[in-house]
Design a protein around this ligand. Structure first.
Ligand code: EPZ
Length: 432
């Protein structure tokens, strides 16, 4: 398994480019199921989860081409014939966002067979709200040996029916999954208490370009007027706001002067406000943010993760790494997931002083960090360890970096390009 070797101490200087958003690309690729026409998506990040989604769609019979290289980062998807509308366990177990095919499959074919996604490192990750919404639209759901089977009315021959759906909890992929089910349903669907994340808005923009009738995406109430079919289109995916936020913290923690380019600052409001409050210097442009550490030491500040536009849970681990370098105590409250402090133990092994009580972590800074051999456990925890290694004294070895490859495109090359001493090391015994 690949490892990273990172020698701390270099300030990051120069310009680092943000890729397309993984969490926009995944629902947008699933949306191609809704039409037999070709859908072209641009600014697709070259990350492991996108390859998993390609395999998933291809396993159902879709034509999926993923082009990369300088001018590409483009995918062409054509779901002409979906010969096998099944999301198999072998794929779903590696990426729970596979459940995003549920809504579009039922809307397009009248049926879906999707392996129930297990939990993951950060929590149980149920999909009960997805299921409740589909049942409200008339889908019949049964369970069979770990698979969820869903049929539209009239034993899969009829269309889903518009409904009034109020989400018990705000769910990002739940909103996306049901939005894709509703666009081909009969009549009007009203969603309340929807997720407002930019990834939902990006998906809605794609669906509208395909001929869907959607109002209110980005707000907590979305109205959909069902249509009978959708057509192909070409759509450019949003920049990845979490990758951009991760690089902002990389610039701050390393004491550098970094331009985070090709991002959308409008999606980073909560993080920008928090970092400025800690004393990080940010110059916010149209699609680029310059980050420098301030003249005086960073000041500790609490965070509480909330749904968008609040402080994103996907930035909690990265912020915690920075908080270890702040003067004072920062209290980190994780309100979205039940087990999202897997990075704490590893940060403490590097010399941090963090204690955890339930969903609250208390970070006492400033703690000089030392290099160590550390283990990656999930995507954002891995990013947190890379950030800590950038400022640690000596050479840190990060194991199981396949976690970080799920959501960051060639992160070691991008960081090396702005002065970080980081390299990827294949398994010492050559194992893959
Ligand atoms: C999306 O996950 C993102 N993934 C996550 O990013 C992100 O952390 C999360 O939203 C929150 O912002 C993708 O978009 C592919 P939720 P999702 O449904 O949709 C509970 C990353 O690092 N819930 O908004 O799965 C759930 O347990 C990943 O890129 C139910 O109870 O998250 C959680 O406590 C990690 N029942 C809360 O809601 C449901 O049916 C929010 O989860 C669905 C969710």
């Amino acid at each position: 398994m690949d490892k990273f070797v990172v020698r701390g101490g270099n300030p990051l200087l120069g310009t680092i480019k943000v890729s397309g958003a993984k969490n926009s690309a995944l629902p947008c690729m699933a949306a191609a199921i809704l039409t037999e026409d070709e859908v072209i998506l641009e600014n697709i990040p070259q990350v492991r989860d996108i390859e998993t989604e390609r395999k998933l769609l291809a396993s159902m019979g879709a034509e999926v081409e993923l082009g990369y290289g300088r001018a590409q980062h483009r995918t062409r998807i054509k779901c002409g014939i979906l010969s096998d509308p099944v999301a198999k366990y072998e794929i779903v177990k590696t990426m729970r966002a596979s459940s995003l095919v549920l809504g579009p499959l039922i809307a397009r074919t009248g049926m879906a067979r999707v392996a129930m996604p297990g939990g993951c490192a950060i929590g149980g990750r149920p999909i009960d709200l997805h299921i409740k919404g589909l049942e409200a639209m008339g889908a019949e759901i049964t369970y069979d040996h770990g698979y969820l089977e869903a049929r539209s009315p009239n034993d899969g021959k009829g269309r889903l029916k518009g409904a009034h759906i109020l989400f018990d909890k705000i769910t990002v992929t739940g909103t996306e999954d049901l939005l894709m089910a509703a666009v081909l349903a009969e009549g009007e669907t009203i969603f309340e208490n929807c997720a407002r994340e930019p990834e939902v808005t990006d998906l809605a923009a794609l669906l509208i370009a395909m001929g869907a009738k959607i109002e209110g995406a980005g707000s907590s109430t979305i109205r959909v007027h069902g249509v009978t079919s959708l057509h192909g289109t070409r759509h450019r995916i949003n920049p990845d706001r979490i990758e951009a936020g991760t690089f902002l913290i990389a610039g701050a923690i390393s004491g550098g002067d970094l331009n985070v380019d090709s991002c959308d600052p409008a999606h980073l409001g909560a993080l920008i406000a928090k970092l400025e409050g800690c004393g990080v210097r940010l110059d916010v442009g149209k699609d680029c943010i310059r980050v420098r550490s301030g003249d005086s030491p960073l000041k500790a500040a609490d965070i509480s993760t909330e749904e968008y536009p609040g402080f994103p849970t996907d930035m909690q681990a990265q912020y915690m790494a920075l908080a270890t370098q702040m003067e004072g105590t920062s209290v980190v409250s994780e309100n979205i997931f039940e087990n999202r402090f897997m990075h704490v133990g590893e940060l403490n092994r590097m010399g941090a002083n963090i204690s955890v009580q339930g969903r609250t972590a208390t970070v006492r800074g400033k703690s000089p960090l030392q290099s160590a051999a550390v283990m990656c456990s999930d995507l954002r925890a891995s990013a947190s360890l890379v950030l800590a290694a950038l400022v640690a004294d000596g050479e840190t070895i990060l194991d199981r970096v396949y976690h970080i490859d799920r959501g960051y495109e060639r992160i070691e090359e991008k960081l090396r390009g702005v002065g970080a001493q980081i390299r990827r090391m294949g398994d010492v015994f050559g194992r893959k």
